[in-house]
Design a protein around this ligand. Structure first.
Ligand code: 5RP
Length: 230
């Protein structure tokens, strides 16, 4: 089965966790897009939901499907957030940000009572780090920030330089106006320590390590949906 079909399986399965009247955060990426489509079908069929988005991209998709997206500041706490991931490791530790939406994703995840991660089977890994870890960086004085990040990485025996993400030859700019750097960490043996150290680095707005945030993972497999708990 292709990864695309597994993403569809996982994305559509998440709708079983949505009830009438809920406040729901919509994630970003190709797997989350399947969930957004399933939400649109339910709303069309009469379900009432209050929806917020983790990105402009998802908001545009949702609106194109006839959904109304609210401002998170007008909604407050959410019942649930459903979003994809780039890697799902032990204890539902995650790497996110492959789509460059990590900061707004984390802001929405942290406002949700329950976070559901949806992904194809290849995303489930024994140890995080094969996927390059994205960090979101304030553009002002970013070279100094990256020097500090490089020092932090060396404390974790990570020797690869952060790479500026580009799109069509130009620096990729997030919805919040920041830069993304990708770090080819290799196996991350101390995700919590690395997360804390990156978070404490001036100029790093946030990082793609999502630790102790996911409550359940729905993994699309060739046999159906595998459910994982932390
Ligand atoms: C975007 C993300 C995505 O959830 C992640 O990249 C997974 O994307 P996809 O479902 O397309 O594989 O973190 O910032």
């Amino acid at each position: 089965m292709s990864a695309d079909i597994q993403k569809q399986t996982a994305g559509l399965a998440a709708i079983d966790h949505i009830r009438d009247g809920m406040k729901v955060g919509l994630g970003t990426g190709s797997t989350a897009a399947w969930f957004v489509k399933a939400v649109a079908d339910e709303v069309q069929a009469g379900m009432t939901l209050t929806l917020v988005s983790t990105s402009v991209q998802t908001a545009q998709l949702a609106k194109s499907l006839g959904l109304e997206i609210k401002d998170i500041n007008d909604v407050g706490r959410l019942d649930v957030c459903v979003d994809g991931a780039d890697e799902i490791g032990p204890g539902l530790s995650l790497i996110k940000g492959g789509g460059g939406a990590l900061l707004r994703e984390k802001l929405i995840w942290e406002m949700a009572d329950r976070c559901i991660v949806i992904a194809d089977a290849a995303k489930h890994v024994p140890v995080l780090g094969a996927f390059a870890l994205p960090i979101e960086v304030e553009p002002f004085a970013y070279k100094g920030t990256i020097n500090r990040v490089t020092d932090v990485l060396s404390e974790f025996d990570i020797t690869k330089m952060p790479i500026l993400r580009k799109k069509s030859g130009e620096p990729f700019v997030t919805d919040g106006g920041n830069l993304i750097f990708d770090i080819a960490c290799g196996e991350i043996h101390d995700p919590s320590g690395l997360a804390n150290a990156l978070k404490a680095t001036t100029g790093v707005v946030d990082h793609g390590l999502f630790l102790d945030l996911a409550d359940i993972a729905l993994i699309g497999t060739d046999e159906g949906v595998e459910v994982l708990h932390p």
